[in-house]
Design a protein around this ligand. Structure first.
Ligand code: AHM
Ligand code: MG
Length: 333
């Protein structure tokens, strides 16, 4: 098989479609390099002394793991000097981070969840990095929150790295979704699947079912009907999977179909949902839509939402087209 590395893929895409200019290519390569470093740190586990709590908490009052803090540092350091960014924002930082004065600034904004699913770190279950790339609006500094408050439809690129049995990078620049697998011996990401497509139908749902009593009626109805299986109105058996790492659950769905739901519930209604719009829901929605799926809050397309704050939360229902549309139709009725 002919090996196509991430660099070669990005250059060839630019030649063919003109979408990946050198500064965007640099950005994506730098993010990929940072993900390699995070993959190495995650892979060392207890041997690297990186497991356990950092003893600090983030703006959402969640206890930070040592690897949350380390992954954030790796992404910040990697992206500081290249001259491609105007600013960065992260789940683990209260405010956007400016590019240090000694380095030139570029036209892009990078948002990330440095280590998603971090409750899984200490039990050796897959975690990941999620990222979203925006353009910095004219006349606004990339260290200001307002620069980042753009709907998901304006994303230039998005992706995630999943640190599982193998490390993979899944990427879109708005023309399909492509998968790269880390060749650990060579140290490079190699293209392993082009144009991933999510099947429109599925028999697999992903939801934290312990919240059932807190969900809204449309989600309760949908999940109940799935669980009734062959004997119920759906007339087929459904399977359920919940890793509690959005990256791992979404990766399964991008690979073989399914529906991922972290819907609005009575516990999170005040804050608008559990997952974060800017660096979790939007980039994952971009990937899902580019792979032929649908991503909704139940009431509107996630990527159409006009954000009003950086750490905004949002209900998330995404994955196989026909199933997500069914959940949305239950909300409408
Ligand atoms: P994190 O970014 O702090 O890790 O939180 C987000 C994670 C998602 O990866 C996952 O889908 C969800 O939280 C799991 O939540 P729960 O523990 O309520 O099932
Ligand atoms: Mg997360």
């Amino acid at each position: 098989m002919k090996t196509i590395t991430l660099t070669q893929f990005l250059i060839e895409e630019q030649r063919a479609k003109g979408e990946i200019k050198p500064d965007l290519r640099l950005l994506l390569e730098v993010v990929a390099r940072a993900c390699k470093r995070i993959s190495i740190a995650v892979g060392k586990g207890a041997l690297g002394g990186v497991l356990g709590d950092a003893g600090t908490s983030n703006i959402q009052d969640e206890a930070q793991k040592k690897l949350d803090v380390l992954s954030n540092e790796i992404l910040l350091q990697a992206n500081a000097w290249g001259g491609h960014l105007a600013g960065l924002a992260s789940e683990e930082m209260d405010e956007p981070s400016a590019i240090p004065d000694e380095y030139p600034k570029g036209g892009y904004l990078l948002l990330f969840d440095p280590l998603d699913g971090s409750s899984n770190i200490d039990v050796n279950v897959s975690v990941g990095t999620i990222f979203s790339v925006l353009r910095c609006p004219e006349g606004v500094s990339g260290s200001e929150e307002k620069a980042f408050l753009q709907p998901g439809t304006t994303q230039v690129a998005a992706g995630y790295a999943v640190y599982g049995p193998s490390t993979m990078l899944i990427l879109t620049v708005g023309s399909g979704v492509h998968a790269f697998t880390l060749d650990r011996e060579q140290g490079s990401f190699v293209l392993t699947e082009r144009d991933m497509m999510i099947p429109e139908d599925t028999k697999e749902i992903a939801i934290n079912a312990s919240n059932e009593r807190h969900w809204e009626a449309p989600v309760q109805r949908y999940v109940k009907e799935c669980f009734e299986g062959k004997e119920g109105v759906r007339g087929k058996d459904f399977n359920m999977r919940w890793v509690a790492s959005m990256v791992a659950d979404v990766h399964r769905i991008v690979t073989r179909g399914g529906v991922f739901m972290y819907p609005l519930d009575a516990k999170t209604v005040k804050q608008g949902g559990k997952l974060r719009l800017m660096y979790e829901a939007n980039p994952m929605s971009f990937i899902i839509e580019q792979a032929g799926g649908v991503a909704s809050t139940g009431r509107e397309r996630i990527m159409d939402m006009q954000p009003h704050k950086l750490h905004q939360r949002v209900p998330v229902i995404m994955g196989s087209k026909n199933e997500v549309e069914k959940v949305v139709s239950y909300h409408a009725s």
